[in-house]
Design a binder for this molecule. Structure first.
Ligand SMILES: Cc1cc2nc3c(=O)[nH]c(=O)nc-3n(C[C@H](O)[C@H](O)[C@H](O)COP(=O)(O)OP(=O)(O)OC[C@H]3O[C@@H](n4cnc5c(N)ncnc54)[C@H](O)[C@@H]3O)c2cc1C
Ligand code: SF4
Ligand code: SF4
Length: 261
């Protein structure tokens, strides 16, 4: 039976924590490797049930099946998906707007839904600094606290707590702000565990990519010729976010590299 070792040995792990959340024997722990938390299986505890593999978004996401199931038609481009309508939205709350990543829509929307008690809780990410643990999405029930979680953090976020919560509170209506790999894990979980999709309000964030130290290492190991062009590798605090940059001498080499992780 396959386990998430199929994912980790290929370097496809996005550090979402879904595997650890579903493992029935608590055989999975995290190892901090190359800047991300990668799951590791304790072979003595593992019963080869394959549950971890079945929810993993790093490998075997069946886009055709998911599109057929959750939308009217198969899109011509799986990555763009089907668009029903597009709006540009900005919150009217100036305090939220000034503390948000873009228009503050997400924070305002969740605040309002929790205040009206339309959902039991929301799983959101608040990240101040690296504390030796994964960046877990945390459960928020008080609408007044939602704004403490605003702003994007360009790091691999961990949904282990969210998954554990919905598995043990199957009827609760929950909001989750997720990047695409999280959404894939959740949809796989909904299928496998026969959860009610209507209980989950998924707010999906576009995600160009979250660059991690593995990526930086690949650049440094495989593109030695570029080393002479590196001006500096910098770690910078920008508000609540830690950003890491590789600044290059040639502007065209900045593409995809002047990113944070
Ligand atoms: C890793 C990452 C990559 C992104 N890449 C793009 C992109 O390429 N193009 C683009 O248009 N937009 C991207 N976004 C989305 C964009 O940054 C804003 O989040 C989005 O426009 C919403 O803005 P807002 O003002 O409504 O959000 P806010 O009101 O500021 O709320 C942001 C919400 O995101 C949640 N959150 C923060 N970080 C994470 C995380 N790492 N994982 C899960 N939830 C998180 C917070 O809990 C908060 O609820 C990305 C976001 C993230 C987290
Ligand atoms: S195969 Fe089953 S027991 Fe083994 S690590 Fe995966 S989920 Fe846990
Ligand atoms: S479920 Fe998530 S954390 Fe586990 S191996 Fe797959 S991508 Fe990595």
């Amino acid at each position: 039976m396959a386990t998430i070792e199929e994912t980790t040995k290929r370097g496809l792990c996005v550090s979402c924590g879904s595997c650890k959340a579903v493992c029935p024997t608590e055989a999975i722990t995290y190892l901090f490797q190359d800047g991300i938390f990668v799951p590791s299986i304790n072979k003595e505890k593992c019963i080869n049930c394959s549950k971890c593999f079945e929810v993993c978004p790093g490998i075997e996401v069946n886009y055709t099946y998911l599109h057929k199931k959750y939308s009217d038609k198969i899109p011509s481009d799986f990555f763009k998906g089907n668009s029903i309508a597009s709006y540009i939205v900005v919150t009217k709350n100036e305090n939220i707007l000034l503390n948000s990543s873009s228009g503050g829509f997400i924070t305002s929307l969740i605040e309002s839904l929790l205040a009206k008690k339309e959902y039991d809780s929301a799983f959101l990410l608040k990240y101040d600094d690296f504390d030796g643990l994964p960046a877990f999405l945390e459960r928020v029930t008080d609408h007044k606290k939602v704004k403490e979680y605003s702003k994007s953090k360009y790091i691999p976020a961990n949904i282990e707590k969210a998954i554990k919560y919905i598995l043990t509170n199957r009827r609760n209506k929950v909001i989750m702000v997720l990047v695409p790999c999280h959404v894939h894990a959740l949809l796989k979980l909904i299928e496998k565990e026969k959860l009610n999709r209507d209980n989950y309000f998924i707010i999906g964030l576009f995600c160009y990519k979250t660059l991690i130290i593995i990526f930086m290492n690949i650049i440094i190991k495989n593109m030695v010729v570029l080393i002479d062009l590196i001006i500096e590798i910098k770690r910078k605090r920008d508000g609540q976010e830690i950003q890491n940059y590789i600044l290059m001498k040639k502007a065209n080499l900045l593409v995809g590299m002047k990113e944070c992780f």
